[in-house]
Write a protein that binds this ligand. Structure first.
Ligand code: ADP
Ligand code: TRP
Length: 332
């Protein structure tokens, strides 16, 4: 069976960009593939969280994974730092990644721009660690949002380079995956770019937040002064609202607002109210599950333990083979 790997950094609560870009695919894939889904807590060290924040964020994402419907009997759900084989393979793969290509990574350049005072080596080699997450299970498919496409391309490079260097056909070439035609990019509420935690509180709708918080954010989302001529293309911020509606509203509701827009009699207040209502219908059961899971320490402990065991079994087999391929052969 084809293997699947994907992870999310625990930097706070999950937002609907994470859900529709990544988790929604996980939920379906767990029934069709051999899946490894994890919490990328080593990755999150690049931003130096306090130990308490790190732990709480890992706990929150674990609860959110379970609350959205990931089934620990169907997939392997684990915490990255529970699998030391990942750090070992990272050491080896770093010998095979070049400064120039790492400096050219779009996410590295973006992080340098946003945080010029914290350009640490972990940030530079972030794509190597991410590649290792995928390669350590010799995965074929990686469900991620559009923003991760370049990282998957780099993963293929590193895997192919290893295969070439040692003249083996060991690592498969993983592909970014989404059940929709293209990789998903959920827009933020503030009108620029993708929805993101780093875009500030107002930009993202979080799975765990209360209805009142989410509705207020949606009602404040940027629009324009309204269409002046019939049947014109929508400006980005208005298109963003329609893109968000596409995630949670029925087709007839979207068509109604679309034809109102084209006829120049759209009321943005009504549009956003509808979006807020349908978002709440979608989020309410998930939020209830998150709160239940967060209170269930026994469930979280069981999930993490079983996941760690399954992930280590897979990763240690890869490392055994990698050590042999590299030439670390035992004298004893
Ligand atoms: P953030 O950008 O908020 O820090 P992450 O980088 O931790 O989120 O993303 C984790 C997963 O969620 C990745 O697969 C990423 O592609 C996906 N993702 C994040 N934001 C979006 C978005 N706005 N649209 C689609 N997918 C997204
Ligand atoms: N870099 C991803 C992000 O920021 C998270 C991630 C880490 C990941 N390792 C991965 C995603 C492996 C898929 C596969 O969103």
């Amino acid at each position: 069976m084809e293997r699947v790997v994907s992870g999310i950094r625990p930097t706070g609560k999950l937002h609907i960009g994470n859900y529709f870009g990544a988790v929604a695919n996980f939920l379906k894939m767990q029934h069709e593939y051999d899946c490894f889904f994890f919490i990328a807590d080593i990755h999150s060290l690049t931003t130096h969280p306090t130990p308490a924040d790190l732990h709480n964020n890992v706990k929150h994402v674990l609860a959110e994974y379970i609350a959205t419907g990931l089934d620990i009997d169907k997939c392997t759900l684990f915490i990255q730092s529970d699998v030391p084989e990942i750090s070992e393979l990272y050491t080896y793969m770093n010998m095979n990644a070049y400064l120039g290509e790492l400096e050219r990574s779009a996410s590295f350049k973006e992080k340098v721009r946003l945080n010029p005072d914290n350009v640490n080596a972990g940030l530079l080699t972030y794509p190597v660690l991410m590649a290792v997450d995928i390669l350590v299970h010799r995965a074929h498919k990686v469900p991620v949002g559009k923003d991760q496409e370049q990282h998957i391309e780099m993963t293929r490079q590193f895997g192919k380079r290893f295969n070439r260097l040692y003249n083996v056909d060991f690592f498969p070439e993983p592909q970014a995956f989404s059940y929709s035609n293209a990789l998903v990019k959920v827009p933020g509420l503030t009108g620029v770019g993708k929805m993101s935690k780093s875009g500030g509180e107002a930009d993202a709708i979080f799975l765990a937040d209360d209805e009142s918080v989410n509705s207020k954010k949606i009602m404040r989302a940027k629009t324009d002064e309204g269409p002046k001529k019939q049947n014109q293309p929508k400006p980005v911020e208005v298109q963003n609202i329609f893109d968000l509606m596409n995630l949670v509203c029925t087709q007839d509701v979207i068509e109604k607002f679309d034809s109102d827009y084209n006829a120049c009699n759209i009321r943005y207040g009504d549009l956003k109210k509808q979006l807020a209502q349908d978002m709440e219908v979608f989020l309410k059961p998930i939020r209830t599950n998150i709160n239940d899971a967060l209170k269930n320490d026994e469930l979280l402990a069981k999930a993490a333990k079983i996941g760690a065991e399954k992930a280590r079994a897979s990763a240690s087999q890869t490392l055994k083979d990698v050590r042999e391929i590299i030439g670390f052969r035992k004298f004893y």
